[in-house]
Ligand binder design. Structure first.
Ligand code: GDP
Length: 419
């Protein structure tokens, strides 16, 4: 459309066909695609537009609005609030990513100031408790479970009671899954639910199943009073969009999406910023929120600001910047929030390399003493970003961590740090 000299019916039709093809390839339900196309055609009435109106803009806006509408599942009726014991129960089929997602959910809320805990009430799958224990230990979140008890209701009740007494304000109960939706699974879910009285039931679903998500979400919604959905495996699966739109069609609010196997690979799902990022339009408000969350948790300006104004930039400050950057989550996620700087600018795989490099610098700094004199010249370059991005950050810092007096670094210090 952007190459056409005149935007007429044919150009619009070609554009819409292309968009619909992309939807169908992403396994979006045919009915949804048909509705989206009809709605855009209805909104963009080329004949009725006054001369001089920017037709491209109107079409673009109509497309964006329709995609937002298609993916908007509404807001959940419950969100945990601090200071009272919130009980959240996770349900889903086996292999959907339920156990992994419980830990991601706990970790996300801990970073928001909650005091979460995990209860493993999955007694069906061998090794489920070990897996939860491993994840929880890695994320440093307290957990409860049993190797010998086979009654999931008993474990769930014991765990929830214990963590209530310990004043945990977000108690997450992981329940059993099965290979398919069957009566025994739903019965067990209802029993655990009646015994623990969760404030919210979250259904975890594998995004790679595409439009089959519609029937699955519908079934769980009816059998387990699901209040919110988390769609996992949205990384590198062509059918993820199909799954999201299918869940939206069942009017089950999607609250998070899983974007990888690791704990930080987890994103809040909000339809407007999601669509903006999807279309390469960035999400500045998301970026600002993230910076506020990480760098200014108490609305205090970061101490880096006065120090930069003074003109002293120590390695300790660089270390703190790296730390903030790391707690903001995966580099690719942050980059996709910057308008015009979509995730395509960072090749898949390269983002991990960038992150590893930062970690390596931090390891070196961990081996430095507090004070010192010599100078070190850093060049962070396009080996971590990709070839389109020519940015180099060149900066001179004083060794060791708090040193401010520039002198040459001596060999014995280099050797000591390297060692
Ligand atoms: P459960 O049986 O539902 O508890 O599922 P698990 O938590 O054991 O996850 C099943 C597999 O999916 C594991 O190998 C996870 O690492 C993987 N997994 C979970 N979430 C995601 C995700 O968002 N993306 C990807 N790529 N893999 C995921």
């Amino acid at each position: 459309m952007s190459n056409a000299t005149v935007v007429d019916e044919k150009v619009l039709a070609d554009c819409l066909n292309e968009i619909c093809r992309a939807f169908l390839q992403a396994d979006v339900r045919f009915e949804t695609v048909r509705d989206v196309k009809a709605n855009i055609k209805r909104i963009v009435n080329l004949d009725a537009l006054a001369a001089g109106t920017n037709k491209r803009r109107i079409i673009q806006q109509a497309v964006v609005d329709e995609i937002r509408r298609m993916l908007d599942p509404g807001k959940p009726s419950f969100t945990p609030s601090k200071g009272k014991p919130n009980v959240v129960m996770f349900v889903g089929l086996q292999g959907s990513g339920k156990t992994t997602t419980c830990t991601k959910y706990a970790d996300y809320h801990r970073r928001k100031g909650f005091n979460p805990a995990l209860v493993c009430a999955d007694t069906f799958r061998a090794g489920a408790f070990d897996q939860l224990k491993q994840n929880a230990t890695k994320a440093k979140i307290p957990f409860y479970g049993s190797y010998t008890e086979s009654d999931p209701v008993k474990i769930a009740v014991e765990g929830v009671d214990m963590f209530r007494k310990e004043k945990c304000d977000l108690i997450i109960v992981d329940t059993s899954g099965r290979h398919k939706q069957e009566a025994a699974l739903f019965k067990e879910m209802r029993q655990v639910s009646e015994a623990t009285k969760p404030d919210l039931v979250i259904f975890v679903m594998d995004g790679s199943i595409g439009q089959a998500a519609f029937d699955q979400a519908q079934a769980f919604k009816q059998s387990a009073s699901v209040g919110a959905v988390i769609v996992t495996k949205m990384d590198g699966h062509a059918k993820g969009g199909g799954a999201l739109s299918a869940v939206a069609a069942t009017i089950c609010p999607v609250i998070f999406i899983g974007t990888g196997e690791h704990i930080p690979d987890f994103e809040v799902f909000e339809v407007n910023p999601f669509v903006s990022r999807l279309l390469g339009m960035g999400d500045l408000s998301g970026l600002v929120n993230k910076i506020h969350e990480v760098i200014m948790p108490n609305n205090q300006p970061p101490k880096i600001v006065p120090q930069l104004v003074e003109g002293t930039f120590t390695l300790r400050l660089l270390y703190e910047m790296f730390q903030s950057l790391q707690s903001m989550g995966p580099l690719g996620q942050i980059v996709s929030m910057i308008p015009g700087f979509s995730a395509q600018f960072i090749e898949k795989g390269k983002e991990k390399e960038g992150q590893a490099k930062i970690k390596r610098y931090m390891t070196m700094m961990d081996s430095m003493t507090d004070a010192g004199e010599p100078v070190l010249h850093f060049l962070l370059g396009n080996h971590s970003l990709d070839r389109h991005c020519e940015t180099h950050f060149s900066l001179t810092v004083y060794l060791e961590l708090d040193g401010t007096n520039p002198k040459l670094m001596n060999q014995s210090r280099i050797n000591r740090i390297a060692r």
